[in-house]
Design a protein around this ligand. Structure first.
Ligand code: ZN
Length: 245
């Protein structure tokens, strides 16, 4: 069964997928309640496949032929450096919340999207700390997405609780740079900008440097909260041959 989060209007997929989703949500609790040894009998692979997977992509870094790309640079701060810090923190926190997590940091974006699809990612976050945004943070979602708006909303809400600047979920459409960071992946996707390297307030820029753990924890908390929401749109591993939206 093909699944595409955006554009088809068929996101409320089959009953089989709904059943699978039910078991996936139940799995962390089931696993805790199993007697010792049972998990081994079920097999590690089965356990790994049953966990929802988030992929955090440190974009700019590792682009073939553009190895020096550091993303936005301002006030001595570099996009990829700040992004790396909060992505690592988010990875650690999300795994503690019964998710699997994978960080990507090399390859053409299309190859990274294909990788996330091949892994069966439920969530894909293009991680940035760009310039030009001013005194705020933004969680961009593909305007065609069925579940992206809610993910952006809860991630933005989690971040708003820990930073002094406004954080908003925003749709992104064809022609936007933000859409170019996520448009080819099947998972529910965000282009995440917790803040901006050229924020006019020095104390805000300092916070981006010193509070990466807090920023990452907020991303993980939002992601986890979204995963617990009831939904009619479920996920399934991508088909072997991707289709375009
Ligand atoms: Zn960037």
């Amino acid at each position: 069964m093909a699944f595409w989060d955006r554009g088809t209007g068929q996101e409320a997929v089959s009953g089989g997928a709904a059943v699978a989703d039910f078991w996936l949500r139940l799995w962390p609790g089931m696993r805790r309640s199993l007697p010792l040894g049972t998990l081994g009998e079920l097999g590690v692979e089965a356990a790994e496949q049953a966990m929802p997977l988030a992929v955090f992509d440190i974009q700019h870094r590792g682009k073939p032929g553009r190895w020096a790309d550091r993303g936005a640079v301002a006030f001595g701060l570099e996009d990829v450096d700040l992004t790396h810090r909060y992505a690592l923190a988010a990875d650690k926190r999300l795994r503690a919340a019964e998710w699997d997590c994978c960080i990507l940091a090399d390859g053409h974006y299309a190859d990274r999207w294909a990788g996330a699809d091949a892994y069966g990612a439920q969530v894909y976050v293009a991680c940035h700390v760009d310039g030009g945004g001013g005194d705020r943070g933004t969680a961009f979602f593909d305007a065609r997405s069925a579940r992206g708006p809610k993910l952006a909303e809860v991630v933005a809400e989690a971040l708003r609780k820990v930073v002094p600047w406004p954080v908003l979920p925003r749709p992104t459409v064809a022609g936007d740079r933000a859409l170019n960071t996520i448009h080819g992946v099947r998972a529910v996707a965000l282009c995440f900008e917790p803040g901006f390297v050229d924020d006019p307030f020095e104390e805000h820029r300092k916070l981006l440097v010193t509070q990466a753990e807090v920023l990452g924890a907020a991303l993980a908390r939002g992601n986890g909260a979204w995963g617990r929401l009831p939904t009619t749109a479920t996920w399934a591993p991508a088909p072997a041959t991707p289709t375009s939206p």
